[in-house]
Structure formats: C-alpha cells, structure tokens
Design a protein around this ligand. Sequence first.
Ligand code: OSB
Ligand code: MG
Length: 386
Amino acid sequence: MALPATPASPVPGSGTGPRVEAVQLIRIAIPLVAPFRTSFGVETVRDVLLVHLIGGDGDGWGECVAMGEPMYSSEYADGAQQVMERHLLPRLLARERLTAAELAGVLAPVRGHPMAKAALEMAWLDLELRAAGRSLAERLGAVRTEVDCGVSVGITDTTEELLETVAGYLEEGYRRIKLKIEPGLDIDRVRAVRERFGPEVLLQVDANAAYALEDTEHLARLDEFGLVLIEQPLPEEQLLGHAKLARRLTTPICLDESIISATVAAEAIEMGACSIVNIKPGRVGGYLEAQRIHDVCAARGVPVWCGGMLETGIGRAANLALAALPGFTLPGDTSASDRYFHEDITAPFVLEAGRLRVPTGPGLGVEVRREVVDALTTRRSIVRPG
Ligand code: OSB
Ligand code: MG
C-alpha cells in the first residue's frame, strides 16, 4: 500500500498539545430501540466508528458520525476508517505533539471526509481538555448548563403509528417534534399530527433532500400548519433553488446537508437560501468549524440548532456542549440515550423536564463503558506513529 507523503517528525509549529502514542479504531454495532426510517433509508443497527487515542498522559475518545452506508452524504463508516488509517492518522501522528486547534490545518490537504476529520478532532479535544482539566463546553463558549431537547421522528408505516409515537415523546417531555417526510408521506402526516396535538406543539419537518424545485406548490401546502421550519427540502447543491423556494413559502427554510462550512453558511444566508441553520459538527469537519458557523449565524441574526446523527453518549456529550452556545436558540436533535439505544456506551443521558444537562467534567465529560463497547465490537485496528 502506498502511504502518502507525510512531513518528517517533529514538525515546527507543533511544539505543544498532547502526545499520542497509538490510536485504536473500534467499530461497534449498536442496535436501535426502533428502526429509524428517513427519505434515504432505514437504520436498525447503528454501525459506529469510535476513535480511542492513547496518549502519554491519558486517553481521548471521538465518535465518527458517518453511517454504515453512504445515503445521508458520501461518507460511510468503512470509508471513514480507511481514510483515517491511510491518510489522516499518518499526517497527525507524524507530529510529535499536536493541538486540537492545529488539526484541521494539518488535514486540510486531504479533500473532503469531514466526518472522519471531525471524529479525530473530537478525540484530540477530549485528550487535550482532560489534560487541562477543562470541559468542552467551557472551551466552546457555552452559556447554558442544560439544553432544550427535541426529537426526530422517523417515517412510520401508518399515520396511526406516527400519532402514537409522537404522543409517547410528548409525554416524555420533548420540547419539539421533528417529522421525517418524503413525497407522498408529508402533508397528510403533518395535518394529522397538528390536529391531534394542537397548535402549541413546536413542530418541524425534515425532507433530507427528497424534493425538487418543481414541488414548490406542493411544499407550500405545509404553510398552513405553522411549522417552525422545513429542513433541507432540496438536494444539497441547490442553494439557489432553496432561495427561490424560500421566496414562495412562509415556512422558514433550514439547511442541513447543504451547510458544509462557515463559508457556505455565510453565502447561503446572504443569498436567502435559509433563515435557520442545523449545525452538525460531523458534517462540517468538527466542533471548531461548528463553533465558527454558530458565530457566522449569530452575527447575522440567524438562529441555529444542533442536529444529530444517532450518536452514542460520546457524540451526544459533545453535541450538548455545542448546543449550550448562545446562538442555539431552538431545541436540537439532542435526545436522551433511551430514544436511541437500550444500553448506551456511556452513562445514559436522561431527559429532565425536556432538557439534557451539559456535561461539565474534563474533556467531553463522559466515561466510556469499556465492557459495553467490548460486547458490541465488530472490528478493531491500531495505528501507531511511524
Ligand atoms: O437529517 O437530521 C438528519 C439521523 C441520521 C442522519 C440524518 C439525520 C438524522 C436525524 C436524527 O434526523 C437526529 C438524531 O436524533 O440524532
Ligand atoms: Mg436533517
């Protein structure tokens, strides 16, 4: 196998930051409590790639949010693992020491793969912040100790099943409901939920790019339901299409898949493609870029909320830290552990009055339950410097 040209070690300019002695890549298969269906597919078991940094002065953990198959975006767990092993980790491990803030720059010559890069940055942040005794929340500029939580409801076989599911989540205390929609399972489903639960419920929909600009008049029929937003109706490349759609709809447009960086966020806002942004650190290459998107949106008065990728307790902990920033004014897809898994790989996050507590411990603020991880492990590999 041809290894890429990596800088000789040690490299000037990276004299600080943690030293990493080995990186363990762990794949787990963690069953979901119920199948999660979107316009792009059904997930029943979450295939997760975990990054475990073994450092001189401690450990760091990261979670890659790429799914088992490349349906949400082009990344997928096997590909993320391979790009880490062959291209990303050799570059990082060539540095004797490296700070989390330097990581994105070192990896910039490798195009794309934001989810793989984000997982590595998360692990580096955890390692670095643990050593410094600081929390990720503090590092990112959190202003809240708990965050309002919403829940993303997958497409169900029947409307009856959808109403039952939503009723259960509202009973649990979730502060906002997001319905996954696709052509043909949209207007009537939204109407049924509105009629059953009333106008007070914060309700929004997510199409995962399943519509075309030609569906504009159809999507305008959602306007009568007072939705908080419609998320990513059109394919990710269609910023101008979203701007045209936004001029026809009263429902605010929120972008997910389209927003791949702070630069794109600024341009999308300027051209009127969205008035709300879903921030997912994996999609944008990491928590530090996510923080910049937050800043870009805050400076323009655009509300943001924290998206989710069916994360385990590792990614959830980090998402809660991010969601505690001041511009996160809408409830996120940061649901409790039991919405996803029977048993999480950290202590479970439990909903309290519709909120989750932001971890305050050093780093991500969670301890990984190694015995749970071991029981779910499907594959393991070790990457060392040199
Ligand atoms: O589009 O927001 C999305 C899950 C996987 C991939 C994409 C999306 C989602 C969700 C679930 O909506 C959010 C969550 O609860 O983690
Ligand atoms: Mg989405």
